[in-house]
Design a protein around this ligand. Structure first.
Ligand code: SF4
Length: 423
């Protein structure tokens, strides 16, 4: 069943195969749609997303829009329930480019009539009132704005090209254009940052009245300029106790302000959870378009090359550009559902995890994932509440390590049904 192992940028190991099944797959109606727009003004020092500098001679946004629409025609989902434009910096596209992209996607998928949520990621330097109004008219109903920090020196450390004032102006533009759903992205736990400074900055963000905040502990990804600076000794990471204090005080401050900590790094006011991301955390299918984008259709996960030129050539030739695919086996599928779900406040329903994996229910017999959960319960890291498993307050700061325990489950304990991917 398994035709390849998993890739590192989903937190798993590299060793996937060239696509053989994926080209025949068509996502079911309603499948979530992700569109990757890879252009940025400059590359941030902490970032390992696939993006290219917009000023490069290779920049051909018009050609990228054409290729995304070709992909959408070939394998875009009909009537997607959610749409997410990520990157890169989608707001960097001109209004004309965005109009062609969204009109074309609607023609191929009908998303304007079907989607319960259409999010577009923005950076402060490329969102003004004129563009925000245009986005509303094009069918976007939620903006996620990358503030990252309110400290000018940290913005410089990150290599961000916008100012603090730009961030406030972008937020005001979003509200003035009529966006009721606006999320702010922030990063904390940065070398040189103090807890007091962070709490003061977070309070200033909360005064704006966002309905959603994504607050990420700074990650040091392999090979990024920030990680290299730490390796050279030019920057010193915060110690573990201080990182833990940042995590706990961030959570406490946002909860006190009325936000629900519905995922380890994501906080929402009432009914303002990001529905698109909730689908990922439930291990639901999705279709990704654009260079570097990943799709999951049925049990098959496949991905486009992280090269604009390679992706574009293949897409324009036949509408399909994926260079790898993997078909996790039943143990891997259930492990992924637990791995993803344990990061959420709702936690994991074992029956749902079995159903996603296509695993038989054996009455009275816990599967390997549940046995792992019970071990972690004994260690005080997980709790079983109303039929669902979730992290305890003690397990929350260890979410990554706890969740990863489910990625190496005993395959012999999972009698899989004959599960056919949705072709
Ligand atoms: S703007 Fe976003 S995608 Fe672009 S380099 Fe910075 S963090 Fe990465």
């Amino acid at each position: 069943m398994k035709s390849g192992k998993r890739r590192s940028d989903s937190g798993l190991e590299d060793d996937a195969c060239a696509p053989s099944v994926a080209p025949t797959l068509r996502a079911a109606d309603g499948t979530a749609l992700y569109v990757h727009l890879p252009y940025c003004v400059a590359l941030c020092t902490y970032c390992d997303f696939f993006s290219v500098v917009a000023g490069d001679t290779s920049r051909d946004v018009d050609g990228t829009v054409t290729a995304i629409l070709r992909e959408a025609q070939r394998r875009g989902p009909t009537a997607p329930r959610t749409v997410f434009f990520g990157g890169g910096t989608p707001s960097l596209l001109s209004i004309d480019e965005l109009t062609r992209l969204l009109d074309g996607l609607d023609e191929h998928t009908g998303f304007r009539a079907s989607a319960q949520e259409v999010t577009l990621e923005c950076n402060p330097e490329s969102l003004d009132l004129h563009k925000a109004r245009a986005l509303r008219e094009l069918g976007v109903d939620r903006l996620s704005i990358g503030f990252q920090s309110l400290d000018p020196s940290l913005l410089a450390t990150f290599g961000r090209v916008h100012s603090v004032d730009d961030s406030f102006a972008a937020f005001r533009a979003a509200r003035d254009a009529g966006f009721e759903r606006v999320s702010v992205d922030l990063i904390y736990g940065v070398p040189g940052q103090t807890l007091d400074e962070w709490e003061r900055d977070l309070a200033r963000v909360l005064e704006l009245g966002p309905d959603h905040v994504s607050a990420y502990s700074l990650a040091f990804e392999d090979g990024t300029p920030l990680t290299l600076a730490v390796e050279r000794g030019d920057l010193e990471r915060l110690d573990e106790d201080t990182e833990l204090a940042f995590f706990e005080r961030t959570r406490a401050q946002l909860i006190a302000a009325g936000f629900e900590p519905y995922e380890i790094s994501n906080f929402a006011t009432t009914d303002q959870r990001c529905r698109h991301n909730e689908g990922y955390w439930r291990n639901a299918p999705y279709v990704g378009l654009g260079p570097g984008a990943v799709s999951k259709v049925g049990d098959v996960r496949f991905g486009n090359p992280r090269s604009v030129g390679e992706w574009k050539r293949a897409t324009l030739a036949d509408g399909f550009a994926a260079t790898w695919e993997e078909q996790p086996d039943a143990a891997e599928r259930i492990g992924e559902t637990w791995w993803l779900g344990l990061r959420t406040l709702d936690g994991v329903d074992p029956s749902h995890a079995r159903a996603v994996a296509g695993i038989e229910e054996t009455p009275g017999e816990p599967d390997s994932a549940e046995r792992e959960a019970r071990t972690l319960e004994d260690q005080g890291l997980l709790e079983h509440v109303a039929g669902r498993w979730r992290l305890t307050p003690r397990g929350l700061p260890l979410a990554d390590a706890v969740a990863r325990r489910f990625l190496n489950l005993d395959a012999f304990r999972f009698p899989a049904r004959d599960a056919a991917p949705g072709r």
